[in-house]
Ligand binder design. Structure first.
Ligand code: SAM
Length: 228
């Protein structure tokens, strides 16, 4: 999969050279390219923002650098998906990650200030499928943190990125429930015992217990997931 990220703070993404995603980049499973939006400006100050029409606080990202960036990055692309992190977008969920993990080419445009000139989204839809995606119901300073979360969630679903694919299947949100609790050695730690069933060797009983735990903690912590 190819992922292009456009940002005015490209060094935010240095951390993606680490761990499993770093390895996936080295082995070519993920072709991640980070770009500086200012490379598509044409003035001496490399300006990417201007005052909002209609007045109001803050600055808005100018459309032309974005259009140039998107044009160039989608030139040789058959069917790109253009994602713009936005608190006003659809909420990013595990199912969003699963859907995006099948795409060949994703371009992520990270907004800053009050966001990007609205016409850019309309223009981008002439180049590919546009998705405005929110990390959650709160406001960040920019799209970089949201983009990193999405890249990590999508990247680990690409076959080969996570060593043992079974560990993906059992995780929270994969089946609409939160994951069951996990324990490791020692079985007694600071007077706290591991639930006896996990030491029984009875795989059927362990599977039943784990499923009950999933239901119980989902009901307690995230009843909205059960309603879904
Ligand atoms: N004025 C915008 C609004 O009220 O919808 C918020 C702009 S925010 C300060 C700047 C940028 O941060 C946005 O363009 C977006 O890229 C990013 N951002 C902020 N909150 C986000 C969230 N919850 N999810 C994804 N991206 C977010």
């Amino acid at each position: 999969m190819r992922i292009d990220v456009v940002s005015i703070f490209p060094s935010y993404f240095d951390g993606l050279a680490l761990s499993l995603l770093g390895k996936a980049r080295e082995t070519g499973l993920i072709d991640l390219r980070i770009h500086d939006l200012r490379d598509w400006t044409d003035d001496r100050h490399r300006t990417v923002d201007d005052t909002p029409y209609g007045g109001g606080a803050g600055m808005v990202m100018k459309p032309e650098p974005w259009a140039r960036a998107l044009d160039e990055l989608t030139t040789d692309s058959e069917n790109p998906t253009l994602i713009f992190p936005s608190p006003a977008g659809e909420v990013f969920r595990q199912r969003t990650a699963r859907d995006l993990a099948h795409r060949e080419h994703i371009v992520i445009g990270c907004g800053r200030y009050e966001g990007i000139d609205e016409r850019v989204f309309e223009y981008a839809s002439t180049l590919g499928e546009v998705r405005l995606v929110s990390l959650g119901d709160y406001v960040l300073n920019g799209g970089e943190v949201a983009a990193m979360a999405m890249i990590e969630a999508v990247g680990r679903l690409i076959p080969g990125v996570v060593g043992n694919p079974e560990s993906l299947v059992e995780e929270s949100h994969e089946d609409g429930l939160l994951e069951y609790p996990s324990y490791t050695k020692p079985s007694n730690w600071r007077d706290r015992e591991v639930p006896g069933i996990l030491l029984s060797g009875n795989h059927g009983a362990i599977a039943t217990w784990r499923h009950e735990q999933q239901l119980e903690r989902t009901q307690r912590r995230r009843p909205d997931l059960l309603a879904d």
